[in-house]
Design a binder for this molecule. Structure first.
Ligand SMILES: Cc1ncc(COP(=O)(O)O)c(C=O)c1O
Length: 306
């Protein structure tokens, strides 16, 4: 909703990350089709994150939006959203951060990130309900954003020819909404804050590093995570065994992972020649023994597949 509310003009440029998520990139492409904006990816550093120097080199007065996925869906990467935010702010460019995979696993400070917009979901590392999330909109730009759809919550009907939008970010809300899901999201957020996001990040990062190191020792396994700073998402593939097959076999052993397909992060997956990858997301409640169980099962799948 917030993205579609940005008043783009023909010829405007959207700069985004190589590891951008499909649903975001699809929206950029829709805008390219409908309003003649261009969509360009910022090159990555050798370590794999958005290259801030390359971003600076791409800037001109047609850049209308910098839109970055903080933590991509397909691996361990954490993009340097604060450094990117400093560039966006210095040039007065609208800055949108997709924090779907980061909310609940790393601390998020919109003042430090200097973003104008930040969106997140409840259903990932916050471990909240599905179908609910949150959007942050800075007071700097909120009044310049006209939501693509409005109702009597986001606006007030003044007279036969006029309405007035709410002044705050709640102009993006609807009258009708799922109260139980919102209460669940609130509980999940309180739970995470009670443990402390710094504590959560430290444990998640430690466990993920440990899992990566153990998986990397299995000869048939390739670990695909990139980035100087890494998160709790561990992605890997096994030579000769499809990711879907690994997912099924792990599930039979009581271990839940998911599969990231190349078309969910098409530009990054094409650039790195990624196959479908198994995505194991550790959380702070996991134990080393559980990581070991995952590694043992993957090892035995490798042995059975010859
Ligand atoms: C980076 C990223 N953004 C957004 C989403 C989608 O979130 P939602 O469908 O809740 O908007 C995902 C889901 O995998 C994601 O990985």
């Amino acid at each position: 909703m917030a993205f579609y509310a940005i008043p783009f003009e023909r010829g405007d440029r959207i700069l985004t990350a190589e590891a951008e998520y499909a649903s975001n990139y699809l929206a950029y492409l829709q805008l390219a089709r409908d309003r003649g904006v261009s969509v360009e990816t910022i090159p990555s550093t050798a370590d794999g994150e958005v290259c801030v120097d390359s971003l600076k080199a791409m800037l001109d007065d047609r850049v209308r939006l910098i839109s970055i996925t903080h933590i991509p869906t397909n691996g361990g990467l954490v993009n340097p959203v604060e450094e990117i935010g400093a560039v966006a702010r210095a040039h007065g460019i609208t800055y949108l951060v997709d924090a779907c995979q980061s909310a609940g696993q790393v601390a998020l400070d919109v003042e430090a990130i200097q973003c104008d917009l930040l969106s997140a979901t409840g259903r990932k590392f916050l471990r909240g309900p599905r179908g609910v999330g949150f959007l942050y909109v800075s007071n700097r730009i909120v009044e310049s954003l006209h939501p693509p759809m409005i109702d009597l919550f986001s606006a007030t009907w003044i007279d036969a020819g006029h309405y007035e939008l709410r002044k705050d970010a709640r102009r993006f809300e609807n009258w009708e909404n799922n109260y139980s899901a919102k209460l669940g999201l609130g509980s999940a957020i309180d739970y995470a804050l009670g443990i402390g996001l710094d504590n959560i990040e430290a444990e998640v990062t430690r466990l993920a590093a440990s899992l990566r190191a153990m998986l990397a020792e299995i000869p048939a396994v390739s670990v695909h995570d990139i980035g100087k700073r890494k998160c709790g998402i561990v992605s890997f593939s096994v030579a000769g065994v499809d990711a879907g097959e690994i997912e099924t076999r792990l599930r039979q052993g009581g271990i839940h992972v998911s599969v990231s397909t190349p078309n969910s992060t098409l530009i990054d997956a094409t650039r790195r020649h990624l196959p479908e990858v198994v995505r194991a997301s550790v959380h702070y409640y996991n134990r080393e023994s559980e990581l070991q169980a995952l590694v043992d099962l993957v090892t035995s799948i490798c042995e059975q597949s010859g």
